[in-house]
Design a protein around this ligand. Structure first.
Ligand code: HAS
Ligand code: CU
Length: 562
């Protein structure tokens, strides 16, 4: 009987269930990853709680293991699983088509198996290699194999998204792809090109090396393949949030998106320019020609342009929403936005954090300036604003309507959700300030500074005021995470379901300036052409360096440090 009710809840639109499973798995990973966050923040507040944590969870051996779990689960796993659930659902819903359900479930199971395989060595301290897994740091083969399966699962979602699109095109010849589907599909296409670096690194280097089939791995070749994926992965995290800001937020805020073609242009620019930029993570690496580093610098600046267009379009759409709600003058309109709606507040606060995070990114991208901040706490200060605030907060906000929509269960305690959202934003901004400033004072990133040798104690005393900010942020974020995750899991676990008529709909936005009759839109719709162009560009930009590096391959033996 119970299963019948369960089936009925999803019977009207079967993809609901698999999407929900992705989203639940995403939040389960986030729950574990996030709980390590306060320990990292407190470390940079010069408070070492790891000995205490070890008593509670004896398998946790060091700050570095906590940091690895934190980075892998939050940044890599949560973001991908949420995208697999939410984007596939939004595209299916908008196109009124079901993806191939057997394939979709297969890909969910693959992600689950990959996650479990990777989690075993992570928890056993056998893969404490941080989320960049740079050789010569060496982890257990299960970690690399598990991670590879998670990537394979994402390729299956790419296939599902393309397949939906082709079927829709067949039914609607000559019509432009609907906007949210366009944005989702382009995100997957971009990821398909981007993830190739990691696929090559895993298949030809990391897996055979960890299995003992190769004597050693060249750290520079591995790093170069890693950053082929590692930069655009940040846009793979960001773009699902952009889909929500463009496709959902204007409607939720009470207005309309001001321009559909501009949104398409933004996503197309990401498809073409996201990938050939990875060397901005390797400015300090020897062996890469400075000329190529310069090319990547220029392309990095190019890929900031679609975000600047986004800032304009989303701010204007929000201003329009404020106008529709009766606001006068710019600030009057902004004040009228539904700041008390946790879902809307999450997206807007996330976007505000990204203004600061984006500005920091431009500093990092500036070749010579990067030498000042590289490998300091400035970098985690930078990326917590886009990924941990803009993306994560937006996804949490989306979950506040998406989970009720998918399950028919009403959101539990929206007030706790709202307080959680504001506290999350506050905690991240406070930590962002602390980390950026400490970085300028030369405090290294990824360092257990609260556990230094006695003769080094006080080495970073100058940063004491900023350390206090990090410690405060750790506490604020713990409260925020508890509130938000409580709301999400309490909503999922309750027995109540709303009658069909009261369930929230997908708030797809309307647009002021639409795609109809525009030649430019039809040109942008030739997605296989643009996908191919992206692939050619990345090959042009990487092959000369990779061929050179492979010609001087140094097989470094593996290390285990912690
Ligand atoms: Fe970054 C390092 C450069 C964006 C994440 N970045 C990192 C790392 C991560 C990361 C995780 O060039 C560390 C990797 C590691 O562990 O080593 N980043 C950039 C640049 C951008 C950028 C140029 N990063 C991101 C995003 C991330 C992310 C997005 C995650 C999602 N980053 C770098 C560089 C490094 C780096 C170097 C290496 C540094 C080193 O030394 O190692 C740009 O894409 C940013 C463009 C963004 C903007 C902001 C637009 C603002 C918007 C919001 C508008 C607000 C509204 C609200 C609408 C120009 C869209 C209005 C509100 C109202 C009330 C009206
Ligand atoms: Cu980057």
């Amino acid at each position: 009987m119970a299963t019948r009710v369960q089936q009925d809840a999803y019977a009207d639109f079967p993809v609901k269930k698999v999407s929900l499973y992705y989203i639940v798995l995403a939040f389960a990973a986030l729950t574990i990853g996030t709980l390590f966050g306060p320990f990292q923040a407190l470390n940079y507040g010069d408070i070492n709680l790891y000995p205490w944590l070890q008593k509670l969870l004896p398998f946790v051996k060091s700050y570095y293991q906590g940091l690895t779990l934190h980075g892998v689960l939050n940044a890599i796993v949560f973001t991908q699983l949420f995208a697999q659930g939410a984007l596939l659902y939004l595209q299916s819903r908008e196109m009124k088509l079901q993806p191939k359900m057997g394939v979709a479930w297969f890909s969910w199971w693959l992600a689950l198996v990959g996650l479990v395989l990777a989690a075993i060595p992570l928890l056993a301290n056998d893969a404490t290699v941080l989320y960049t897994f740079y050789p010569p740091l060496k982890g257990h083969p299960l970690f690399y194999i598990g991670a590879a399966l998670i990537i394979v699962s994402s390729y299956i979602t790419i296939y599902l998204s393309v397949d939906l699109w082709l079927r829709w095109k067949k039914q609607n010849p000559g019509k432009p792809t609907p906007l949210v589907s366009y944005m989702s599909l382009v995100t997957w296409m971009m990821w398909g090109v981007a993830a190739l670096g990691l696929v090559l690194e895993a298949v030809f280097l990391l897996i055979p090396w960890s299995l003992g089939w190769m004597k050693g791995v060249d750290p520079l070749v591995a790093r170069t393949l890693f950053w082929w994926t590692g930069h655009p992965i940040v846009y793979f995290w960001l773009l699902p949030a952009y889909v929500i800001w463009y496709g959902i937020l204007p409607k939720q805020a009470g207005g309309k998106l001001i321009s559909d073609p501009l949104a398409r242009l933004v996503f197309l620019m990401f498809l073409v320019f996201s990938t050939p930029v990875g060397f901005h993570h390797q400015f300090a690496d020897p062996g890469i020609d400075p000329g190529w580093k310069m090319v990547h610098t220029v392309l990095t600046m190019m890929v900031a342009v679609p975000s600047l267009i986004t800032a304009f379009t989303i701010a204007a759409s929000l201003e329009y929403a404020g106008l529709m709600r009766g606001g006068k003058g710019f600030w009057g309109k902004i004040a009228r936005l539904p700041w008390d709606n946790p879902s809307v507040a999450a997206s807007i606060l996330g976007a505000i954090a990204f203004i600061v995070g984006g500005a920091g990114g431009i500093v990092n991208a500036s070749f010579t300036l990067d030498y000042v901040v590289h490998n300091t706490t400035w970098i985690p200060g930078h990326f917590h604003l886009p990924v941990a605030t803009a993306v994560t907060l937006t996804h949490m906000g989306a979950a506040f309507w998406l989970i009720p929509h998918l399950t028919g269960k009403p959101l539990v305690n929206p007030r706790a959700a709202l307080i959680g959202v504001y506290l999350w934003f506050t905690g991240m901004m406070v930590m962002g300030l602390g980390m950026h400033m400490m970085g300028l004072q030369g405090v290294p990133r990824r360092a257990w500074i609260s556990n230094m040798a006695p003769n080094l104690k006080g080495a970073y005393a100058e940063s004491a005021p900023y350390m206090a900010l990090n410690a405060a942020a750790g506490v604020i974020l713990l409260v925020a995470a508890t509130l938000i995750l409580y709301v999400i899991f309490a909503t999922l676990l309750q027995g109540r379901r709303l009658p069909a008529a009261e369930r929230p709909e997908v708030p797809f936005t309307e647009v002021i300036s639409g795609p109809e009759g525009r030649r430019s839109v039809m040109v942008m719709d030739r997605l296989f052409f643009w996908w191919g162009t992206a692939l050619v560009l990345v090959l042009i930009v990487y092959m000369p360096t990779l061929i050179k590096l492979l010609g001087q391959f140094v097989a470094a033996p593996g290390w285990r440090l912690w």
